[in-house]
Design a protein around this ligand. Structure first.
Ligand code: NOJ
Length: 536
C-alpha cells in the first residue's frame, strides 16, 4: 500500500516536471521521494572507487610506477600540482573503508585492481604476491560483511613499463598484456568475485589520452591541442581497437577456462553522456544520434554485434581500423552486462551542414572532424545552461538524462542487462557546504535515481546502481579540487567523516527515509574522527 502510494507521488512529481519546460531545474531542486523499495528485489546498490584514485602507497610493497604516477610528476599536468602518491591512503586504511561501506549498508562495492601492484612489469615480470594479498584481504573482508565485490580489472592505470616498451594501448601488444593481467585476476580472485568489468571507459580514456592530450601519455594534434606527439584523428581509434580486442580475448578465456567453475559475469563500462539536439532542426537531431553512436555505440556495438556502429563506418575513412572475421566472432556477444557511467547531458549541434568553428573557451575544438562525428557539443542554448553546473566542466545536472540513456541502451542492445556503474555529483569548486551539508548532492542522487526507477518500471533490465564515490579522492587532472565523495577526507589527517549525503544514502538503503535527517537515527555511520576518539 505504502509502496504504491510513494510510487504514485514519484510519478506525479515526474509528470509535473515533464509538463514544465524547465524540467531540468525543477527536478533537481524539488524534493523527490525515492525509496529503495521503488527498485526491484535483488537490485544491487553500492558505492564505487578506483585503485589509482584512492590507494596511494605508490611504491609500497613492490608496486611499480604506473602511467599516472609519471604523468602527475610532469609539471602542469594536474591542478595545483597534486599527485596521488598518497591519495586517500586506502592501501593502509582499507579496513576502515570497508567498515564505512558496511555502515552504509551497501550490497556491493565496485573497486579496481592496480595493474602495477599485481604485475609491476606487466608480462615482463612476475606476480607481486603482496598485491595479490592486498586484494584478497579486501575481497574476504567485503564478503564476510555480506558485501559483493564488483571488480574492474583496468581503470585508467597501467605499468609505465608497458608505455615505455611499446606505447601502451597504441600497440596491439597491449592486448596480450591485458589478457595476462586479467587471467591472473581470474586465477587469484575469481573463486570469490562474481562480477567483473574488463575495462573502465575506453571511450573517455582514449579521448583524453590520445585526442585532447590531457591524460597520459598526453598525445594530441591540432586543432584538438598542442602536444609534442600524437594524431587526434587516428590514435583514439587505434587505442579503442586494442582495448576492445583485449576485452574480447579476455572474455573468451574467462568463458572457456573459468566460467563453468567460477560462475561469474563479465561486462565493460562505457562513459555515457546523454545528448539532446541543440535546436528542433532535424540535422541537430541527427547530430545528437551521431554523438551517441560515436561515443557509446563505438564501444558497445562491437561487443554486442561484433563490429563498429554503421554510423562510424559511414563517416570514417580508412582511419577506422577493421576487425578480421575471427575477431568479429570473439567480439560478438562478449559481454554479459553493460556498465553505464552516467553523470550529465549535453546539447548536440550538426557540423556537417553548418559551420562549427570553435573560437572561444566555451567550446571544445575539433567538433568539425570525423573523430567527433561532426558534432559540436555544448552545455548552453542561447546563453541558458542545460542544467545546473557542478564542479566538473561539462557535467551539468540533467536528471532525466538517466532515464534517456538507459532507454537508449535498452533499445539499441535489446535490453541487455545493465548496471549503472557510476553516478554522482561534485559540487562547484570551493563550496564549503560540500564538506558536511551537501544537500545538492542528495538532491542530485534522488532525482537521478527517480528517473532510473522510472526506466526500470518501463522495462529496462537494470540490475544495480553504484554511487560515485565513497570518499573525496584524486579526480585525475583536477587533483583534489573536485570532490565527488559522500565522505569527506581531511587533507591533512586523511580522516574520513560522513557528509549529509552519506546519512541520506544509508537511510535510503535501509528504506526508512522520507526525511534524510531525522529518521533512522538508530543506525550509526562509521566516522574516523569518532572511532579514533572512542578508542583513545
Ligand atoms: C568516471 C571515471 O570512471 C572516474 O574515474 C571519475 O572519477 C568519474 N568519472 C568522475 O569524473
Amino acid at each position: 500500500m505504502w509502496k504504491k502510494f510513494s510510487s504514485t507521488i514519484t510519478i506525479v512529481f515526474l509528470i509535473l516536471c515533464a509538463a514544465a519546460n524547465s524540467i531540468v531545474k525543477a527536478s533537481f531542486e524539488d524534493e523527490v521521494d525515492i525509496k529503495r523499495s521503488d527498485f526491484p528485489d535483488g537490485f544491487l546498490f553500492g558505492a564505487a572507487t578506483s585503485s589509482y584514485q584512492i590507494e596511494g602507497a605508490n611504491l609500497e610493497d613492490g608496486r611499480s610506477l604506473c602511467n599516472w604516477d609519471v604523468f602527475c610528476h610532469i609539471k602542469g599536468s594536474i591542478a595545483n600540482g597534486d599527485s596521488a602518491d598518497i591519495a586517500e591512503d586506502h592501501y593502509n586504511r582499507y579496513m576502515e573503508d570497508i567498515e564505512i561501506l558496511h555502515s552504509l549498508g551497501v550490497d556491493a562495492y565496485r573497486f579496481s585492481i592496480s595493474w602495477s601492484r599485481v604485475l609491476p612489469r606487466g608480462k615482463f615480470g612476475g606476480v607481486n604476491q603482496a598485491g595479490i594479498l592486498f586484494y584478497n584481504k579486501i575481497i574476504d573482508n567485503l564478503l564476510s560483511r555480506g558485501i559483493e565485490p564488483f571488480v574492474t580489472i583496468h581503470h585508467f592505470d597501467y605499468p609505465q613499463e608497458l608505455e615505455n616498451r611499446y606505447g601502451g594501448w597504441l600497440s596491439h601488444l597491449m592486448q596480450e598484456d591485458f589478457v595476462h593481467f586479467a587471467e591472473i585476476c581470474f586465477q587469484s580472485f575469481g573463486d570469490r568475485v562474481k562480477y567483473w568489468c574488463t575495462i573502465n571507459e575506453p571511450n573517455l580514456f582514449s579521448e583524453f589520452a590520445y585526442e585532447r592530450g590531457t591524460y597520459p601519455p598526453a598525445h594530441c594534434s591540432p586543432p584538438f591541442g598542442n602536444c609534442s606527439t600524437g594524431n587526434s584523428d587516428v590514435e583514439p581509434l587505434i587505442a579503442v581497437h586494442n582495448m576492445l580486442l583485449g576485452h574480447a580475448k579476455t572474455v573468451k578465456i574467462y568463458r572457456e577456462r573459468f566460467k563453468s567453475e567460477q560462475r561469474g559475469v563479465v561486462g565493460i563500462v562505457v562513459h555515457s553522456f546523454m545528448y539532446k539536439p541543440l535546436t528542433e532542426d532535424k540535422r541537430d537531431k541527427e547530430a545528437a544520434d551521431r554523438a551517441l553512436a560515436f561515443n557509446i555505440a563505438w564501444i558497445l556495438d562491437p561487443v554486442v554485434f561484433g563490429d563498429y556502429p554503421p554510423e562510424m563506418r559511414h563517416y570514417h575513412g580508412s582511419e577506422l581500423p577493421k576487425f578480421a572475421s575471427e575477431e568479429r566472432i570473439i567480439l560478438r556477444d562478449s559481454i554479459d552486462f553493460i556498465g553505464i557511467n552516467h553523470y550529465a547531458t549535453l546539447y548536440a549541434k550538426d557540423c556537417i551542414y553548418s559551420s562549427c568553428i570553435c573560437n572561444d573557451s566555451s567550446c571544445t575544438k575539433g567538433s568539425d572532424r570525423a573523430i567527433r562525428g561532426f558534432v559540436y557539443t555544448a552545455a548552453e542554448r542561447d546563453g541558458v545552461p542545460i542544467g545546473e553546473p557542478t564542479g566538473m566542466a561539462r557535467f551539468f545536472v540533467v536528471p532525466r538524462g538517466m532515464e534517456e540513456i538507459v532507454e537508449y541502451a535498452k533499445k539499441r542492445y535489446l535490453n541487455k542487462p545493465m548496471f549503472v556503474t557510476e553516478n554522482g555529483y561534485s559540487s562547484p569548486l570551493n563550496k564549503v557546504e560540500d564538506y558536511h551539508h551537501d544537500v545538492k548532492r542528495i538532491n542530485y542522487l534522488k532525482s537521478y535515481l527517480a528517473f532510473l526507477a522510472r526506466a526500470i518500471r518501463n522495462g529496462a533490465d537494470v540490475r544495480g546502481y553504484f554511487l560515485w564515490t565513497l570518499m573525496d579522492d584524486f579526480e585525475w587532472v583536477n587533483g583534489y579540487s573536485v570532490r565527488f565523495g559522500i565522505y569527506r577526507v581531511d587533507p591533512q589527517t586523511l580522516n574520513r567523516t560522513p557528509k549529509l549525503s552519506a546519512s541520506w544514502f544509508r537511510n535510503f538503503l535501509s528504506n526508512c527515509s522520507l526525511n534524510y535527517v531525522e529518521s533512522c537515527n538508530s543506525i550509526s555511520l562509521m566516522n574516523t574522527d569518532e572511532s579514533r576518539a572512542q578508542s583513545e
